[in-house]
Design a protein around this ligand. Sequence first.
Ligand SMILES: [Zn+2]
Length: 236
Amino acid sequence: MEVNIREELMLLVDLQDVDDQLRDLALDRGDLPMEVERLRGEVDEMTQLLDERRGELNEIGHEIARVRGSTDDARTKLAKYQQQLYSVKTTREYDAITVQIETAKSAVNDGEEKVLRMLARENALMSEISAKETALIELTTDYETKNAELRAKLEETETEELELQHRRETIVMRLKKPIYAHYERIRKAKDGRGIARLVGSACGGCFAVVPPQRHLDIRDATDIVLCETCGRILIE
Ligand SMILES: [Zn+2]
């Protein structure tokens, strides 16, 4: 039993060492992975927005053509009615054509107004698209530069990281599951350190005093001792 716990503690020391090295590698990469991720998101977002705007521009182009067509029809009718006005014979005929002229006139006016509004929107869309295209080129360049930087850095440290990951897996396989789970929980919550050395009579992680009766358990490895304050696994 004693040997088991001592072995367990030695494995934990090894594991912490591997995790420290992995953390150094991650620190070396710094914010780069996050920055690349953020830029990629922005590129995707901008591309999607551009697609939407281009779609809208396309639709508005069709709509302008359609309204222009129907306005032209109304204009043709209007000219025809105005021509007919010269050849009317009765007041009734005159009234009927006048009504049609008014209808055609308002159709022409409505159509022209609608086209003007749509042309303004089309203009705004074209400026927006052009500005967004420029922004997208800049974003893409930025993303590609940062991504290449990250790739180079990853390549540089890839072998080292793989070796460390492999060593880690070997250690974890041999550790008891609840002990590993506890180590992981504390490591993640406590600044990357799941174990702490006993320094004098205190926990080397949080400097809380460890009860004297536990010192022997730690030294002789008769028990897994946790710091009562920070939860780290204490080792000699
Ligand atoms: Zn502690």
